[in-house]
Design a protein. Structure first.
Length: 484
């Protein structure tokens, strides 16, 4: 009898162990089936530098990644490139160097109406420009020879870049000596530029200005924001802005966007203007506000912060195929996604959990920062971020939205180039097919419900199905044995 009981106990123990063994990884897989594991995407040698990941989407909904990198100590920063294709990122390649031997950093980039990517950067106290069609971005030979953008004053900090519905380019830069924010304007595809004038000159001796940003409001007005800083230390003391309703010829008096240790500016998504700003360490908060009348009125700022330990980081934003908005915010050297369907907000969902981030992606005493966000296929969100200026990490997840099939962008145009000036004639826009729904879209959804940071019920039940089947079988066998 003891042998039989011992055998039964051993069998039950093995069954219990099997159930636990099967259940734990399945549950773990279900609970982590949102964001992919962090992946080392790009890494440089000791002493090198990697900076400023930037994600852009072309007219066919194809996603492109750019960043600056110096592979070894003392090497100038070059522009590197990769794109999302068939469910993977292509091999990174360097595509552009500054002709003056300096670094392509800081840089700003934008896709124009003809699917050309324009990159502007500052090097040797000058502004440079180059461009290439999205179908040829991975070949350095197809980038135009870098040309100088003429400025009356020496540029300082970063650049603000925008293009209006008529194809006119606007470039805002700051000057440290005069404490000015100045506007440049191009009406011929970024070939030639005119000085449109000074937007703002700071008169207070205790205040510096810099880091301009520029957007075109839905009504066509230009909005330029900039950071106000303590003279000497450069510590942020707030954000200010001015507006122009005549293409930059005249400007409104400066107004305060927010006062204090904050960083941010404006963004335009369709017919909505977005005001975004976040507090540095010791101030905190990640605030967003919306205007549906081109800035005449604004909603009350909403704090979408995911916790404490926040630093001087931008707020990322992408929109999926169902028109849900997804914000990426930094908190304590990790990042979180907050979704909004224009009515309701989700709770913050960590892109990488804090404990995992500590293990994989943070160097003790150093900083992990500068998340860049993009979207592909209408329903896959991508996030890149830097570790200690030496490693680019990558993660992504599928959203609860229909998948769109990316379409080929418009074909590159044959443009005559003046070999002495590097000027390029840009062809008129060509029609490009819009992304179409995939043959197997994601399950439909009721847009009236609040967006969820992750929908886990079905995956967990699916994962537990084999376990529940085993338990049911054991119960049936036990009942049958007792009856006999």
């Amino acid at each position: 009898m003891r042998i039989v009981l011992g055998a039964e106990w051993a069998i039950k123990s093995v069954m219990l162990f099997t159930i636990v063994y099967l259940a734990l990884p399945l549950i773990t897989q279900a609970q982590s089936s949102t964001w992919s594991p962090p992946t080392r995407f790009f890494e440089i040698d000791q002493g090198g530098n990697v900076q400023s990941p930037t994600l852009l989407t072309d007219s066919g909904a194809n996603l492109h990644a750019f960043w600056g990198a110096a592979m070894t100590e003392g090497q100038p920063t070059a522009l590197y490139y990769s794109h999302w294709e068939d469910g993977n990122w292509t091999e990174p390649v360097d595509v552009l160097v500054s002709p003056d031997g300096g670094s392509i950093w800081p840089f700003t980039a934008r896709v124009d109406e003809n699917d050309y990517v324009h990159v502007f950067w500052m090097s040797s106290s000058q502004i440079w420009h180059s461009m290439a069609h999205v179908a040829q971005l991975d070949d350095a030979r197809h980038w135009t020879p870098p040309d100088l953008v003429p400025t009356d004053e020496t540029p300082f900090t970063t650049l603000g870049l925008a293009q209006d519905a008529d194809g006119v380019w606007y470039l805002a830069y700051s000057n440290r000596d005069l404490d000015t924010i100045t506007l440049l304007k191009s009406e011929d595809g970024a070939v030639s530029w005119e000085n449109a004038g000074v937007i703002h000159q700071e008169a207070r001796s205790d205040t510096w200005v810099g880091y301009p940003g520029i957007v075109v409001a839905p009504d066509g007005a230009l909005w330029v924001s900039w950071q106000e800083m303590e003279a000497g230390s450069g510590t942020s003391k707030g954000l200010a802005y001015a507006r122009s309703e005549d293409g930059g010829a005249t400007w409104s008096e400066p107004e305060s966007l927010v006062t204090g240790y904050y960083f941010g500016g404006f963004e335009v998504i369709g017919d909505v203007m977005v005001k975004k700003y976040g507090g540095g360490i010791g101030t905190g908060g990640r605030f967003v506000s919306f205007s549906k009348d081109s800035g005449s009125s604004w909603t009350e700022p909403r704090n979408i912060s995911a916790g404490d330990g926040e630093g001087a980081q931008a707020i990322g934003l992408v929109v999926d195929s169902t028109d849900d908005w997804h914000f990426i915010v930094e908190t304590g050297m990790t990042f979180a996604r907050v979704a909004w369907n224009r009515e309701n907000w989700s709770t913050p969902e960590f892109v990488v959990p804090r404990d995992l981030m500590q293990v994989c992606c943070i160097t003790p005493g150093k900083v992990t920062e500068n998340a860049a966000v993009g979207i592909s296929d209408g329903n896959r969100i991508h996030v890149f971020y830097e570790q200690d200026d030496s490693v680019l990490w990558y993660t992504s997840r599928e959203l609860d939205a229909p998948r769109l099939v990316p379409q080929p962008p418009s074909s590159p145009q044959t443009a005559p180039m003046d070999s002495t000036t590097g000027d390029v004639a840009v062809a008129p826009p060509t029609d490009t097919p819009a992304p179409v729904p995939a043959s197997t879209p994601a399950p439909g959804r009721d847009d009236s419900r609040p967006p969820t940071a992750s929908s886990m019920t079905f995956p967990i039940l699916l994962a537990l199905a084999p376990v529940l089947l085993i338990i049911g079988t054991v119960v049936v066998l036990q009942i049958g044995r007792r009856r006999h």
